[in-house]
Design a protein around this ligand. Structure first.
Ligand code: MV4
Length: 531
């Protein structure tokens, strides 16, 4: 028997004994995939392609010639200048490249064109597989009022409120009175926190409505606005959905995403400390029903608001792979990118709902190049030194390397740090350990900020909601110098390593940067140890 087959049999046995899951079928139609994205997610997608024996094609902008996804791919093509609108959002150019290098499929990652129905449609018309849902599902879920109506029709709980675009002031006043203040006005074309307005009392209602409408018109070219009851201190809990082309649906449980700042997620965890097994089952069933209502295929996410009385309401559906997908992968054991490719290839899901379990606890911290002491301003620049955490229960999904310059044109996400442990408290301890090991010089990062989150009383107790960051801002911004001693040793070792690499010529001194060298930074610390 060939060694490869032997290996495959062994892998299947191992996986089955470990978690009762069967392997995904390996794709036969999809042999080459173009990844229409950049940064950590492009690398993440290509990693699964490599494991599946699929060739990957990178596209890149002029600012990304030296980016990791370009180095990782089997082939790479420049699609335009640095601004996204001229490169990563250039639908026709991307499809032209895809045709020219004869890919079988296109993976959009997240952001950029991942929820663009026209992109999905044009890819299909070009005879290429779009690794994602149908253009129809994207369109339906992209319009928040359409999605809301669909949920109401299918008996899925939504936040109390209207189901149509508000046409006149008297109707608005009457609805708000009936719902009860406070209320929220939301743009149908908005989502993810864009185009929302909180109205606390009747005297603010009409002016807020007019502002919401004109904002929606100028931002989205669509001024449809609807009304909802305002939920005071909700949790943001989302369910991961996976569906194949044969009508099989499963959910991969929830992610607690209440640690957010200005609608930007900072920390995510699974399982949610708030959910009971009963509530989890009910929400999972409703999430599957939501996905079925648009004949959804692939991976998707149903966002819910959950109040402290355990009432839950559908908010919106994200029709893409999400940034925080690794925590779901870690507790379920399922590679969501492999799943996407397998499903796009027409394969049936190799498991059923009852085969799935949440194994232990996973937490993700997003590591951004940003300066939290300067209003969380992005802080792009050259990475002088980086040493990433390793060891039991740690995963990092990143893309930067020493000497790499993070471009200012795109999202400043450097990496995602994921910890796993059998219990929540051990997962927090492990995350703190990994954050301690994580050393990046050259740019300011959110490592100190997320470290404070791991130490915050309300986070540690698991008793937090979407107001966590604003409520704990003073604590999260405060300095903490008790760990200087170890930090200095780590920095010094990192510095020696850096100097050695310079001497060997395997790395270059970063040019064109005004940041302090690790050596000088070491010298300036307070409690330095002499070595
Ligand atoms: C709400 C809400 C309270 N009541 N809708 C923010 C993102 C967008 N998807 C919907 N959002 C909210 N909608 C009603 N009727 C509170 C929020 C909200 C929020 C939601 C999830 C995570 C963080 C948030 C922070 C502020 C407000």
């Amino acid at each position: 028997m060939p060694i490869l087959e032997n290996n495959f049999v062994f892998k299947c046995l191992y996986v089955q004994r470990y978690s009762n899951l069967k392997a995904f079928y390996y794709s036969d139609m999809i042999k080459k995939v173009l990844v229409a994205n950049r940064g950590e997610i492009a690398v993440r997608v290509m990693r699964s392609c490599r494991e599946m024996g699929i060739q990957s094609v990178a596209i890149f902008s002029e600012a990304d010639r030296k980016s990791m996804h370009v180095r990782y791919a089997n082939e790479a093509y420049c699609v335009g200048p640095a601004p996204s609108a001229e490169s990563y959002l250039n639908i026709d150019k991307i499809i032209e490249v895809a045709k020219a290098c004869k890919v079988d499929a296109i993976h959009p990652g997240y952001g950029f064109l991942s929820e663009n129905a026209l992109f999905a449609q044009k890819i299909k018309e070009a005879g290429i597989i779009f690794i994602g849902p149908s253009a129809h599902a994207i369109t339906q879920m992209g319009d928040k009022l359409t999605a809301r109506k669909l949920m109401i029709e299918h008996g899925i709980p939504v936040v109390p409120g209207g189901k149509d675009n508000i046409l006149d002031d008297s109707k608005l006043l009457q609805m708000a009175k009936q719902i009860g203040y406070p209320v929220m006005l939301k743009a149908s074309a908005g989502g993810g926190g864009k185009g929302m307005r909180l109205v606390r009392a009747e005297n603010e209602l009409l002016s807020s409505f007019n502002m919401a409408k004109s904002e929606a018109r100028s931002s989205f070219g669509n001024d449809d606005v609807y009304i909802e009851k305002y939920i005071e201190s909700p949790h943001h809990i989302e369910f991961q959905i996976l569906a194949d082309q044969h009508g099989n649906y499963v959910h991969l449980f929830e992610r607690e995403c209440s640690v957010q700042r200005r609608h930007q997620k900072v920390v995510e965890e699974t399982p949610s400390p708030l959910l009971t097994p009963e509530l989890r089952q009910k929400m999972g069933e409703q999430a599957i029903a939501a996905a079925k209502s648009v004949d959804y295929v692939g991976v998707g996410t149903i966002e819910f608001l959950v109040d402290n009385d355990h009432n839950f309401y559908f908010l919106e559906m994200n029709t893409r792979l999400q940034v925080e997908h690794p925590i779901t992968e870690r507790v379920t054991g399922i590679d969501l990118v492999k799943a996407q490719i397998s499903v796009a290839n027409g394969e049936p899901l190799p498991f059923k709902q009852e085969d799935l379990r949440q194994n232990g606890h996973a937490i993700e911290c997003r590591i951004y190049a940003e300066d939290h002491k300067n209003n969380f301003m992005p802080n792009p620049g050259v990475i002088r030194h980086i040493s990433e955490p390793l060891g039991l229960g740690i995963r990092t999904d990143g893309y930067v390397y020493e000497g790499y310059e993070i471009p200012y044109h795109y999202d400043p996400l450097i990496s995602k740090l994921i910890s796993w442990a059998p219990t929540r408290s051990e997962a927090i301890d492990r995350m703190k350990r990994a954050l301690f090991e994580y050393k990046i010089t050259g740019v300011k990062t959110s490592i100190p900020f997320v470290t404070k989150i791991m130490e915050a009383k309300d986070f540690v107790s698991g008793n937090y909601d979407t107001h966590f960051i604003e409520k704990n801002m003073d604590f999260l911004m405060s300095d903490d110098d008790c760990s200087d001693y170890c930090e200095d040793i780590a920095l010094f070792v990192a510095y020696l390593d850096y100097k050695e690499k310079l001497a060997l010529g395997t790395t270059k001194e970063a040019k064109g940067t005004t940041t302090t060298s690790p050596w000088k930074e070491f010298g300036r610390r307070k409690n330095n140890i002499r070595l």
